[in-house]
Design a protein around this ligand. Sequence first.
Ligand SMILES: Cc1cc2nc3c(=O)[nH]c(=O)nc-3n(C[C@H](O)[C@H](O)[C@H](O)COP(=O)(O)OP(=O)(O)OC[C@H]3O[C@@H](n4cnc5c(N)ncnc54)[C@H](O)[C@@H]3O)c2cc1C
Length: 277
Amino acid sequence: MLNTPQRHVVFADSLDGAIEALARGASVMGGGTWMMRAERRGDPLPASVVLLDRIPALTEVMVTDSAVTLGAGLSHAAVASALRGLSGLEGVVAAASGSANPAIRHAATLGGNLATADFPAADLAPALLAQGAEVELAASGGPRRLPLDAFLVDRPAHLADAILTRVHLPREAVMSAHARLPLRKAGDYPVAIVSIARRADCTLRIAVGSVEPVARRWTALEAAIGARPVSPDEGARLAAAHMDFEGRDGVEAEGWYRVTVLPALVKRALDALEARP
Ligand SMILES: Cc1cc2nc3c(=O)[nH]c(=O)nc-3n(C[C@H](O)[C@H](O)[C@H](O)COP(=O)(O)OP(=O)(O)OC[C@H]3O[C@@H](n4cnc5c(N)ncnc54)[C@H](O)[C@@H]3O)c2cc1C
């Protein structure tokens, strides 16, 4: 434990230690890539933080034929390298290896990407929603598990007494793709993201990120497509016909633009699915 006049930092080496620090008022730090820029956003840095990077359980990966479990402390780069080559998870690999820039991808964690409530452009959120992911939280009362979509809509409440420890993916998808639109150059936040996963029965899970404040499934489009094969052009046409997003205005783009590009991103993601063997 290191004390400075300004900050109190706890280097937790167990989940119990991290949960204790959280209960004493510390903020949980993953890769620090969001937290350490707090002052640039006009927010104060936390007075007390607990670091998770010495907890081995948080960087574990488990892969079976029916499921994948990812520790929340894995970096984007580690997620990409753990899942590369696994059928059905191509969209998650594309999200983890295409977000931000190489330096950020080696520091920012899976847990931090999903836990940051005021960051709408997280790449991993729609990619994991398309997989039907669940999150596991650790709290003093024991672990709890809930669907990722339920977690995303109410993160501050779920994390008030808990740490995000794992993400569980059922291996239902036979193929998946992730299409993102950064405006100017690599490293920009994407203005809109579409992730699509196809299951063995041909139904699709489609998720959208960065358009609204919280990533979510596009269930109206999923229902319109159903289980029939859909060409990329038809998918784009159905996307325009079943648009039910209200775009958020932000520094990179206005809300109407984020919504307008969605059919093209649906087409791009379906093109990527078609290109898979
Ligand atoms: C220039 C730049 C470009 C970027 N571009 C992209 C991009 O295109 N796509 C993308 O997805 N990301 C991008 N990022 C990363 C993104 O903006 C966040 O910085 C990142 O997702 C935060 O992860 P972290 O592990 O660093 O979280 P931290 O900064 O450590 O924490 C962020 C928040 O999450 C909480 N938290 C962290 N871990 C946990 C946990 N295990 N349990 C509970 N709460 C937790 C913290 O308390 C804090 O509130 C970019 C970052 C930068 C700097």
